[in-house]
Design a protein. Sequence first.
Length: 220
Amino acid sequence: MTSPASSHAWQARFPSLAHVERYLSTIADPDVRANIRLKLGLVEVPQPAPETSPLVQPRPAQEKQPEWTTEPLEAKTSPPGTLTFTLPYPPSLNSIWRSILVRFTPKNSKAIPYRVKVLLSEEGRTYRRAVISCVQNYGQPKTSPGARLELLLIVSPPDLRKRDLSNIPKALEDALTHAGVWADDSLIDVLTVRRAPVHPGGRVVVQITPLTETLFTSAL
């Protein structure tokens, strides 16, 4: 777009700006056309660039988190020897055991030939296998032999139903014993269970920390 300069030299040769533009359109060379426009007192008025909003960078798509994660619980540095990993949500304490009657031959004929035997339920065995597989996938982490331990469980239930946190630790502790993470869950001196927001399918973040101060003898 053009606008006349203060000296209207073009008016001496052309009746209107439309005639000027028609004449200039016949000149193919852009340099010559610009030079004539300048001599006629016409200057190019640049059009202001349209205002545009700053480009909004799309957020990168978040990768799906693996079912098992070794991300630390918190940003702060964990004590040396601490193990942190995630396990599946355990079955309740009431569902991991079942009682059966076992027949036997009593030495005393008056004795009752049946005894009650408590066995790990199918649900309990399935969970134990899942934990063992998970620990193997982590590279079979183990606590220091004989170390007294602090166990922290961050429990994310699968839904909003009422659930007792006290039912959580036992199945998980027994599974970790069979997975070889520690020699026995009797080594746990400090146990903390905290509830976390609901997570699809449920999960438990586990943090195991060797204790440097304990009432019992420690290998540390």
